[in-house]
Structures are given as C-alpha cells and as structure tokens.
Ligand binder design. Structure first.
Ligand code: XLS
Ligand code: NI
Ligand code: NI
Length: 446
C-alpha cells in the first residue's frame, strides 16, 4: 500500500447531524437514511471527478500551480506512469474516506498520452487494470468515463467537427478505446462533452457540414456501444460556449433538436451541468424540466457558477434553493436511473490545504442532501403538483380534448368564436404564493 496522502483526515467522514460543528463531518448527507423509499446514496448516486480534484494543480491563465498535487509537475515528467499510479491511489484514498459511491474520469486523467496512439492506449489500459483493482477492493463504482477531446493541440479546431477528416478519425479511435475502458470498469454511463465542437468564427466555418460530422460521430459511438454490449447510457453534456465562442450542444433544447435530426432520441440522453445551464441563460431548474419533458434526462454535473462571472467557474454547489427545484423535477419524473450527481467542481486556487478537498465535497454533499429533503417533501406533500394540474383542468373537457386530438381546424375555431364562443376569463397564476410555498419546504426540511 502506498503512503496515505490525506493524513489529517480520519478513515471515514462521519455523519454528525444538523448541529455538528466539525468541518470534517456531514450535517445532512447521511448515505443510508431512507427518504421517500430510497436511501440518500441511491437517490443522489454522488460521484467525485478526477479532473478538477486530482489532475489540476491550481494553475490558471494568469498564474502557476498553487495546489499540493505531488503527482503532477516534475514527478509526472520524470516518471509519468508512476505519477499516474500515485494519483490514482490518492484519489481512491479520498473516495473511500469521503464515502461516495462513484467516480468519473477522462481517459487523460487516468493516464498521460504516450508518444503515439498505441502507447497512449497501452498506458490507459495499464491504469484501467489498476483502477479495476481499486474498484474491487473498495466497492466504489464508475458513474461515467469520457475521452478528453479538447486539451491536445490536434483538437484545437474541434474533434468530430474538425475540418480535417484525420482528426475526426483520431477522435473516433480515442472514443472507441475510452468507451471500451468504461465498459470494462462497469461504467453506468459514457459522456461526450463537446468542448471544442463549435466555432471561433463563422468566417471560416461550414456550420452545416460540421453538424453533419457531429451527427455521424455520435451515430458511430452509439453503434459501437451496441456492438460491444455496453449496457450504460450515452450522454451528451450541453454547454453554450467556452472554450469555443459557440458550442453546438448549446443547451438541452439544442441537443434535443440535434438528436431528433440524427434519429438518436432513443439512444442518447443529456448530462446537465448546473453552471452550463446558467451560462446558456437558463436556470438549472429549466434545463432539468426541459430534459424531463423531452424524455432525455440522464445525469447531473453538480456545481455552481458565480452571478457576476460569465464563465464556467465550477464552484462547489452551495445553494439549496437552486438544487431543490432541479431535484424536484427529477423526483417528479421518478428519480435517477443510470445517472448520478457528479461533482464537476473545483477548489478555489487559494484552497491549498489537503483537507480543503474534503471540506468542499462535504459542503457540496450536504447541499445536495438538504435539497433532496426539500424536493422529496414537495413531492410527498403534492400541493405544488395539484396546483399545476388544476391550472390545466379546462383541457379535461370533451370539446377541448377533441381540439387537442386534432379534430378542429383553425377555420372551425374561427367560426366558433364568431358564433359567440365564450370570452376567456383570466385567472391568477399565483406565482408569489407558489414561491412562498417552496420557501416553506426549504425552511422546514429536516
Ligand atoms: C467542462 C465540462 C467537462 C465535462 C467532462 O466544462 O463540464 O468537465 O463534464 O468532459
Ligand atoms: Ni461537466
Ligand atoms: Ni463544465
């Protein structure tokens, strides 16, 4: 066994209850507590991501590494595979101590690229073997894997949407390998986030062709999933921009239209990131509700933006109000299936103590757990649902149902109005009352 890395943290983060003052104890996340028929862990299926927490050193476009990640930097240059193994060991020490059931990775978070494609694959395979051992030893599971198709310079002009077909082919090969690795590790989902699948300027971009390329690429991935018998869900993660000026998977609605066009609605779902929703000019609540309505909801990347910063700052989630409304839509729709809540969140650059990574995840898990209590109470109480249903009650009438079924033309409705059809009577939408009702659930969640 390697030396422990998080030496100041006990074997397990305990549940201390709402009045606990210890920063290294949960106040709300009690994995085995049953809420509306499922444990908190089953409802939330929380995951830790390897990239922000273990493959990022705190550097930003303006400054160098600040975080204490001894497997990055010089050690990674001198002995890349040894460093990667050390990183993986630290990640699993973290996961075990925190007690989260899942993790997520990019291929390049597990193993660094080699001198050529074959060496990159061999390196990944070696680290996947090592990961498999950690999974067997700890009982932790893989929520999803994904291929990093955005860091290497070959992907500067996109992966699937690159003007050069050789890049398309390279990306396809990389996804093939990463999907198989995800399958080997028993992954519940496979994610495609199109970081560079967009454009910097329309002056050099053939939009139509690039979208067709993306459709072809996604179809290849779905075909391969079936060929190898991968039982997990293929997920696309919408994001409006950053790093590109415009990304093709802008928001849930754009992804839905895209899936329809390429006949993939039954094959692909969405991984909704809270901060991406905000960047697209939506609420998290909106994105979840839209995906639920379209039947393509899959999973969540839990994080938070900053009201005054217009980019993907990936803070740990701290707003119960925000997450409760999204969770409410998820629970109304029957809850998660293969998806989960992945903390796609990173420390602030000044959070340099090793324990900060625990504090951040504990705070995030407590926010999620409390939001779950709020959402479950709203579903069980049923008054929000009842009011929503009542609002549409007119559509239950026989005449209205026949219009909806397509049994009236525009001209017939015109005639009906001319013949003295009733003047509709305005009714209150009761928004403030409903918001006050939600506030009550937030106040009382226990
Ligand atoms: C970046 C994305 C990324 C995906 C995985 O903004 O959120 O982290 O979740 O590639
Ligand atoms: Ni994400
Ligand atoms: Ni993101």
């Amino acid at each position: 066994m390697p030396e422990p890395f998080f030496t100041e943290v006990p074997e397990h983060i305990p549940y201390g209850g709402p009045d606990a003052d210890d920063a290294l104890a949960f106040r709300w996340y009690d994995a085995d507590r049953v809420v509306s028929g499922r444990t908190m862990a089953e409802h939330l299926r929380p995951a830790v991501c390897l990239w922000h927490s273990f493959a990022w050193d705190g550097s930003d476009p303006f400054g160098q590494a600040t975080l204490d990640r001894p497997w990055l930097g010089q050690p990674a240059v001198a002995d890349p595979m040894g460093a990667a193994r050390g990183r993986l060991a630290a990640a699993f020490e973290f996961l075990e101590k925190l007690g989260t059931p899942f993790f997520c990775f990019h291929d390049r978070d597990l193993a660094p690229e080699g001198a050529d494609f074959a060496e990159s694959c061999a390196r990944l395979d070696a680290l996947v073997d090592e990961t498999a051992e950690h999974l067997t030893r700890t009982g932790i599971g893989l929520l999803w894997g994904t291929a990093n198709l955005f860091s290497h310079p070959r992907y500067a002009a996109g992966a699937a949407t690159n003007p050069d077909p050789e890049v398309f082919a390279y990306a396809a090969a990389q996804v093939c390998h990463c999907l198989e690795a995800t399958h080997r590790l028993g992954g519940a989902n496979y994610v495609l986030w199109g970081g560079r699948e967009g454009y910097e300027t329309l002056l050099n971009t053939d939009l139509r062709r690039e979208l067709d390329q993306l459709g072809r690429f996604l179809t290849l991935v779905v075909e391969h999933k079936h060929r190898i018998g991968f039982p997990g869900t293929i997920l696309v993660e919408p994001k409006p921009f950053e790093p590109t000026k415009h990304q093709y998977d802008f928001d849930v609605a754009a992804v839905y239209a895209f899936l329809q066009r390429f006949d993939l609605v039954d094959e692909v779902k969405v991984n909704i990131e809270v901060n991406h929703a905000t960047l697209a000019g939506h609420d998290f609540h909106h994105e979840i509700a839209y995906a639920m309505a379209a039947g393509i909801f899959g999973s969540v990347d839990a994080n938070a933006g900053d009201d005054r910063l217009g980019w993907d700052v990936d803070r740990f989630p701290g707003s119960v109000e925000q997450l409760s409304l999204g969770l409410y839509e998820i629970l109304r729709g029957g809850g998660l299936t293969t998806g989960g809540f992945n903390f796609d969140a990173k420390l602030r650059r000044q959070s340099i103590d090793r324990t900060d990574l625990f504090r951040a995840h504990i705070a995030g898990l407590d926010t999620l757990a409390r939001s779950l209590l709020v959402a479950a109470a709203m579903v069980e109480d049923g008054s929000l649902e009842r009011r929503r249903t009542e609002r549409y009650v007119g559509w239950d009438g026989e005449e209205a149902r026949s219009w909806f079924a397509g049994n009236a033309s525009l001209a017939e409705l015109h005639r009906r109005a001319l013949d003295g059809g009733p003047e509709p009577e305005p009714v209150s939408g009761r928004q403030e009352e409903l918001e006050h009702l939600v506030a009550r659930f937030v106040e009382r969640a226990r």
